[in-house]
Each structure stands twice: as structure tokens, then as C-alpha cells.
Ligand binder design. Structure first.
Ligand code: ZN
Length: 446
């Protein structure tokens, strides 16, 4: 089959034909810091890259997919301190959340990456990497810490298209740090004697950015084909990864940088720190994980999604329609990917055009009645939906709704309003419930 996947490369800002360096595709996606449950933003990111992974496999590439766990970090230490009164018990927090993360990803039908390395089991590789950067003059020690010297890497800022001087003026200066330049970033954080890991620079632990450079090198190569993550990682995280890897290996670190858009709430990024984010676990109580997956894929991966329960509820209805459409036919698994069918080809063309899943789904609904009449088209479409989009298309079970005290109060108030025949009030409460993802169905009041 013709391999014609075009993808927007953040580095060039252009849509480029994807061509791996070798026949085997190397793909790295930044993973989570497992200090808490995965949230909707993680769900979107890893579904997007699961679809990219599946698409490459559909194109019959051999793909090596690596996604890390940042299992040592201030947030983990803080959580362990809070939960156990002992920051050094952070591995227990990480262990628990990694297990739950795997459950959430499996529920979303995401393939497990080929490698899921943890930072804490790769300290020697990280130390070797930092040591080599110091020896090449790209990093320096200062009071037990090690910093990357940004001025030693002239193309710093190329991914986020920022100039060094503009960056300098925007950086907050932390007076406790002994950096030579405010843009320099930490590779190794010094800690008191005996704490964390021993290194040539004394005891300490790695800074955040170095792990991805070291792990990509360890599991993939010094030059990788695809590197993914949310757009919020472009600066500084991915910019720093480039500086570290390219300073050491003198070759373009990543050939195609791919970034997914964020989930927003009232035009603001949903995040843990703003307290406006939903854990996947919570959403799964109200919506089948496949509905959530379908919701993500109804949006182009690069754009933001303004989250609303109303949209999720309407996506649930269209997903159910889709499942019903496909449940009427049993398809044999021997459809050729090169089959010459107009609807299938249109859907496939959208996928090849910067992974436009939303466009592909649009074609599907535009031609639903024709698909019903044409079993070949129907089965070819199903192949794309299951193999590339990763949708199971199993009819949804009646989801048990998780009734919170707030939901119960609204339901009670609404029942009261209906008994009093206060229809206006009942409608207001119905809308409030809908905002929380609850559709109420009324029996007639005599
Ligand atoms: Zn990373």
C-alpha cells in the first residue's frame, strides 16, 4: 500500500510527508509524573499518540514506541510527605499510580508502548549523559547542582521559535540558584549527603528534562523519527530535550515533532494546579471509556477542546448510532487495505492528511445510509475505525450513573418542582443536571 501520511511538524510549522529514517519507526512520547490519577488531558494526549501509533502500524511500519514515567519529582515527594509523613516513601505513591495509569490506558483501548522506562531505574544512564555534556563544555557544576549552559547551544529556541533575548526577558530569576545565565536549566539537583543517588557531583537527583534525552537514546536512538507530547511541553521541556541531545550527538534529535492541543475549560487550560480538571476515573463512572475516546477523536488532534458535558453526552449518542450501524453486520477480516471503494478512500485520505480523525468521522456520518446498503464499504470503514481509531464499536452498556450528593440534591429539588408544577424551575434544574452529564427522563405526572 502507498505510504502517504502527512503530518504537521512543529519544528518546521509545515505539513510534511512522513518518511522514517529506516524502515523501523522510532517514536517517543513524554509520559506522566505518577503522583496522582491520570486526568482527561492525559487521556487525550495518549489516545492521540495511540492513533498515530496504530496508523503507522496500519501502514505496515514496524514501530518502536517508548513512553517514560517521571517517577521522581517534587510533586511525588510532596505527596509522600503529605500521605505518609515521609517524603522518602515516594516510590509507593509512584507504584500505585502507575498501576492505575495502566488501567486507565487499557480502558481507553490504548496499546501499551514497547518500552515504559522509569527514571529511577535509569540513573546510571542519566549520569553518563550529564557527564558527557560537562566534558563537551555544554554543562557546568555549581554548588552540587549541574546546569545546562544554554549559550553553548546556538539554536536554542528553534522549536518554539523564540529568540534567546526574548526568552531571557521573560524568565523569572530565582536567586537561590547559582546559574551563570537565567536560561540555564538544571540537569542534576544536589541533595544532602546520603539522599537519593550518588554521582560524580555528590548526592542528588536528576532534573526533569534530562530523562527524556537519556531514555530516548537508551531505548530508541540518538536520532528518532517521531516525538510527541502536549503543546504545553514545547517550551521549555522539548526545547531543552533538543539542546541536551543535539549538543551531545551533533545530529537532529527528532525528525518530526508532533504536539496535541489541550483540553480547556472556559478558555483556560484544564490542569491539576487550577483545580478544574477531571480524573479519567471520574469520567468513566458516567461515560464509557470508548465514548471519551470517540469524543477526543471528533476533534482534530492539534486544536484545543473546550470541554463540556453537553458535548460529551451528544458524542455518546452518535457513538451509540455508530455501534448500532456496525452491529448489524459481521465482517470478515480479509479486506485489502488497497481496496478501491469511494467512501473508504475518502475516509482514509483524511487520516493520511495530518491524522484528521474528525474529517474521517464526518465522511462516515455523511454516508451512513450508503454504508448500510454496501457491505464492502461498511466493513472497510469498520477496519479503519477499529484498527486505526482503536474504537471497539461494542454497543454501550447501560452506564451506572455515579450519583454525587450534589446531583442527588438537584434531582430531589427538581422532583419537588415538578410536583408543584413549577415547570420553569424544573427546566432550570434539568439544564443544571445536564451540565453535570445527567440526562433526566420524566414519567408523566397525572
Ligand atoms: Zn519528555
Amino acid at each position: 500500500m502507498v505510504r502517504m501520511l502527512k503530518i504537521i511538524n512543529t519544528l518546521s510549522g509545515k505539513k510534511e510527508l512522513f518518511k522514517p529514517l529506516f524502515d523501523k519507526v522510532t517514536m517517543y512520547v513524554c509520559g506522566v509524573t505518577p503522583y496522582d490519577r491520570a486526568h482527561i488531558g492525559h487521556g487525550r494526549c495518549y489516545v492521540v499518540f495511540d492513533v498515530l501509533y496504530r496508523m503507522l502500524r496500519f501502514l505496515e511500519y514496524r514501530v518502536i514506541y517508548c513512553r517514560n514515567f517521571t517517577d521522581i519529582d517534587d510533586k511525588l515527594l510532596k505527596k509522600a510527605e503529605h500521605e505518609f509523613g515521609d517524603a522518602q516513601r515516594y516510590p509507593e505513591i509512584a507504584e500505585r499510580n502507575i498501576k492505575l495509569f495502566h488501567q486507565d490506558m487499557a480502558a481507553l483501548n490504548c496499546f501499551a508502548p514497547d518500552y515504559e522506562p522509569r527514571v529511577t531505574t535509569h540513573i546510571p544512564q542519566i549520569i553518563t549523559f550529564i557527564d558527557a555534556l560537562i566534558k563537551k563544555g555544554h554543562a557546568y557544576q555549581a554548588n552540587g547542582d549541574v546546569y545546562f549552559q544554554v549559550s553553548s547551544f546556538p539554536s536554542y529556541g528553534k522549536l518554539s521559535r523564540q529568540k534567546l533575548d526574548d526568552l531571557r526577558s521573560g524568565v523569572r530569576v530565582d536567586v537561590r540558584e547559582d546559574k551563570r545565565d537565567q536560561l540555564d536549566f538544571v540537569l542534576w539537583k544536589g541533595e544532602p549527603e546520603g539522599k537519593f543517588w550518588q554521582s560524580p557531583w555528590g548526592y542528588g537527583r536528576p532534573g526533569w528534562h534530562i530523562e527524556c534525552s537519556a531514555l530516548a537514546r537508551e531505548y530508541l536512538s540518538d536520532q528518532i523519527d517521531l516525538h510527541g507530547g502536549g503543546i504545553d511541553l514545547i517550551f521549555p521541556h522539548h526545547e531543552n530535550e533538543i539542546a541536551q541531545s543535539e549538543s551531545l550527538y551533533q545530529t537532529a534529535f527528532t525528525r518530526y515533532w508532533v504536539h496535541n492541543g489541550l483540553i480547556m475549560s472556559d478558555k483556560e487550560k484544564m490542569s491539576k494546579s487550577l483545580g478544574n480538571v477531571f480524573a479519567l476515573e471520574e469520567l468513566f463512572k458516567q461515560f464509557d471509556p470508548m465514548v471519551l475516546r470517540f469524543y477526543f477523536l471528533n476533534h482534530h488532534y492539534r486544536g484545543p477542546i473546550e470541554f463540556s458535558f453537553n458535548d460529551l453526552a451528544s458524542v455518546q449518542k452518535s457513538y451509540q448510532r455508530l455501534c448500532n450501524l456496525f452491529s448489524q453486520h459481521v465482517c470478515k477480516n480479509n479486506i485489502s487495505k488497497d481496496i478501491d471503494l469511494p467512501i473508504f478512500k475518502q475516509m482514509y485520505a483524511f487520516l493520511c492528511d495530518d491524522l484528521n480523525t474528525a474529517g474521517m468521522i464526518g465522511v462516515l456520518f455523511d454516508h451512513a445510509s450508503e454504508l448500510r446498503e454496501n457491505e464492502q464499504e461498511l466493513c472497510a470503514a469498520k477496519m479503519l475505525l477499529t484498527d486505526v481509531l482503536g474504537l471497539t464499536l461494542e454497543p454501550l452498556s447501560e452506564k451506572k450513573i455515579h450519583i454525587t450528593p450534589k446531583i442527588q440534591r438537584l434531582i430531589d429539588e427538581r422532583n419537588q418542582a415538578r410536583e408543584q408544577k413549577n415547570w420553569a424551575r424544573a427546566d432550570v434544574l434539568r439544564e443544571q443536571l445536564r451540565q453535570l452529564g445527567i440526562e433526566v427522563q420524566d414519567e408523566k405526572i397525572e
